[in-house]
Design a protein around this ligand. Structure first.
Ligand code: SF4
Ligand code: SF4
Length: 103
């Protein structure tokens, strides 16, 4: 699995870097975050949940939505608003309560 980074809206805050359990993310001053080894990403989604800009999305396995399907999430007032973007453009929204530890 891996993530998709939108460099045009990343503000280099580093929040995602500190959340990645595999230390796969790196941010340099005034540069968008980058993933060091995409093949080591196991899709935990920790990075996409903390990004205040929505600059990160997670590629889903083909079996979960077809090749190229992506997952994004926004946290708001104790709710995680997940969105799956299917390859044809259809979007599926799933709201779930945020756990005490943010999961
Ligand atoms: S999905 Fe998880 S493992 Fe992959 S880059 Fe993000 S925080 Fe790291
Ligand atoms: S959390 Fe979002 S805005 Fe901050 S460095 Fe990571 S991708 Fe960029």
């Amino acid at each position: 699995m891996s993530i998709v980074i939108n460099p045009s809206i990343c503000m280099s805050c580093g929040k995602c870097v500190s959340q990645c359990p595999g230390n796969l993310l790196e941010v340099s001053r005034n540069k968008a975050v980058r993933i060091l080894n995409p093949s080591f990403c196991w899709g935990c989604a920790a990075c996409i949940k903390v990004c205040p800009q929505g600059a990160l999305k997670l590629f889903l396995p083909p079996v979960l939505g077809g090749r190229g399907a992506r997952l994004s999430v926004k946290a708001s007032k104790g709710t995680l608003a997940w969105q799956v973007e299917l390859p044809g453009g259809k979007k599926i929204n799933i709201d779930a309560p945020e756990g005490e530890d943010g999961y």
